[in-house]
Design a protein around this ligand. Structure first.
Ligand code: NOJ
Length: 565
């Protein structure tokens, strides 16, 4: 099977430029919510497979699939019970291999999610650890500790789970008495591995090879900054509550020892042909610390969460863009950009929040949909004009808003039920996406079938079919932007951004290349229309523009790609 896959890779992606990932547009598929082939209300691999031509036509370079492995789904698949099996709800291993082959035949790369910080509590090792009792070898592969207090009734330290509540759960010994505690930085169903144990490192090296042998082009590494904890698991002190976004220096995250793991992994990736990559989900206190994950002998890319958390403000945007480019340049890695994913409110809604950047933890406020979409389109065109690699989240190309009014009984995010968790409102960006038709499930699954989260009544107009070929639709804007990004020599060139000074709340920069006039991107972040006074050839605009006698008029919250003439 491996040889056949290798042949297909050679024919399908032989023409792709080396180091494809340095400016790739990578589309995140959240399998549960993309396309449901069997009508059970949950998306699956055959569904994704059937929609690959759509992604090819959209113009992305690669897809990243959130986890589809065997899992009790306590955290939507980020609780893996078996890293080499596909969960029956998503399909079979053959479906996964077929999907990878089909994607390659279309010239699309496939990145899969790897969840090495924790397993599911249903993982065989953890079950053995519980069954075999204190002191047993399988307990060493996780973090088991006796409790504090006279009867061990207090957790071993003061760490809080990112989903709220203590990061420790007490076990019951085989004889029925209260026993040791185990560490879980996320839900109780997600025990953290002990990465000091050699069996854990060995296991993940073989998991990497398992999927590389099946043809995957890389891995998105979940909680990449969390694998190594400070020796002795010391108390945090005053701020024992953990938040991904408020990433101060803590004993749980971003420990220097974690980089040794990625140096090993880099060597494994390089044993394979065709530029396989590792992408870090690493929340670190500074962009410089994030850059440590993408040093030349470590991973290839790291998500830019500082960018996600930046307000819609020209000064803030310019600052984060500069800081990102500078930090990544220092280690020779490409910058990455992302506006939406499965953990944060969709940027149609998020960029309109009163605080400007309500990334996580709070229920988003309702916003004016039309204004939110206008701003989101402007932000997307800005992001796609930046040097480096961009991540799209399924449905953003349709302009989907965050679904903020899901009833409590429909919600499934485990953090919602832990009440104080920082991520409790993640279901609103996970609602299955609309493809066609006038009523739910809008082509997500068979007509009249269920969907695991309810879709809004007014999503027909946002479906792929309703936007396909429609001038000015968000789908056509993304298609045009991705086609231009591929075609324009300046947009493929690395690290060639130069700022243009502007007055007012306007962001303007150029991208230089030897073979074409300077590519320009101007973003009107002010509340008033602005005028581009010089003769200008518009290439693409995120919204309607006007041509006045003295130049092009750009309404508020609009981005224009253009060249000077
Ligand atoms: C980050 C993932 O993106 C999120 O969905 C998940 O809940 C946590 N890691 C824990 O795996």
């Amino acid at each position: 099977m491996t040889e056949q896959l290798t042949d297909e890779r050679e024919t399908a992606i032989a023409d792709a430029p080396a180091r494809w990932w340095r400016d790739a547009v990578i589309y995140q598929i959240y399998p549960r919510s993309f396309a449901d082939s069997d009508g059970d209300g949950i998306g699956d691999l055959p569904g994704i497979r059937s929609r690959l031509p759509y992604l090819r036509e959209l113009g992305v370079d690669a897809v990243w699939l959130s986890p589809f492995y065997a899992s009790p789904q306590a955290d939507a698949g980020y609780d893996v019970a078996d890293y080499r099996r596909v969960d029956p709800v998503f399909g079979t291993l053959d479906d996964a291999v077929g999907l990878i082959q089909d994607a390659h035949a279309l010239g699309l790369r496939v990145i899969v999610d790897l969840v090495p910080n924790h397993s599911s509590a249903e993982h065989e090792w953890f079950r053995r650890a519980l069954a075999d009792g204190p002191g047993s070898p399988f307990r060493q592969r996780y973090h088991f500790r006796p409790g504090r207090g006279e009867h061990g009734e207090l957790p071993p330290n003061d760490w809080e789970s990112l989903f709220g509540g203590p990061a420790w759960t007490r076990t019951t010994d085989p004889d029925g008495t209260p026993g040791e505690w185990y560490l879980h930085l996320f839900a109780a169903e997600q025990p953290d591995f002990n990465w000091q144990h050699p069996a854990v490192a060995d296991e993940f090296r073989t998991v990497l090879r398992f999927w590389l042998d099946r043809g995957v082009d890389g891995f998105r590494i979940d909680v990449a900054h969390g694998l190594v904890k400070a020796a002795g698991l010391p108390n945090i002190g005053d701020h024992a509550e953990l938040h991904l976004l408020e990433v101060g220096v803590t004993p749980c995250f971003d420990q220097d020892g974690v980089h040794e793991i990625y140096r090993h992994w880099r060597r494994i990736l390089e044993e394979y042909p065709d530029d396989r990559i590792g992408v870090a989900e690493a929340w670190a206190p500074t962009l410089e610390r994030v850059a440590n994950y993408v040093r030349p002998d470590e991973l290839h890319q790291a998500f830019n969460f500082t960018y996600v958390a930046t307000a819609w403000d020209p000064h803030e945007q310019r600052r984060v863009i500069d800081e990102s480019l500078n930090a990544m340049r220092a280690v020779g890695a490409p910058a990455t950009w992302v506006l939406s994913n499965h953990d944060i409110p969709r940027h149609t809604t998020r960029l309109m929040q009163p605080e400007g950047h309500g990334v996580a933890g709070r229920r988003p406020e309702p916003v004016d949909d039309a204004a939110g979409l206008r701003r989101a389109r402007a932000a997307s065109l800005l992001m796609l004009a930046l040097p480096g690699s961009a991540y799209l989240y399924q449905g953003e190309e349709l302009g989907l808003p965050e679904v903020i009014d899901l009833p409590a009984e429909a919600r499934q995010d485990p953090a919602f039920f832990r009440a104080t968790g920082q991520d409790g409102y993640r279901d609103g960006c996970r609602v299955p996406i609309p493809w066609s038709g006038d009523e739910a499930p809008y082509g997500f699954g068979p007509a009249g079938g269920p969907s695991w989260l309810p879709q809004p009544d007014n999503w027909a107009e946002l479906g792929v079919a309703a936007q396909d070929g429609v001038l000015g639709s968000t789908l056509e804007l993304y298609r045009d932007a991705l086609a231009l990004r591929r075609a324009h020599p300046a947009l493929g060139a690395p690290d060639n951004l130069r700022w243009h000074e502007t007055s007012g709340d306007v962001l303007a920069f150029g991208r230089l290349s030897d073979s074409a006039p300077e590519f320009r991107c101007t973003v009107n972040m002010s509340a008033r229309p602005i005028r581009i006074a010089r003769p200008c050839e518009p290439l693409l605009a995120s919204g309607p523009m006007e041509y006045g006698p003295t130049g092009v008029i750009l309404p508020p919250d609009t981005t224009l790609w253009w060249t000077a003439i």
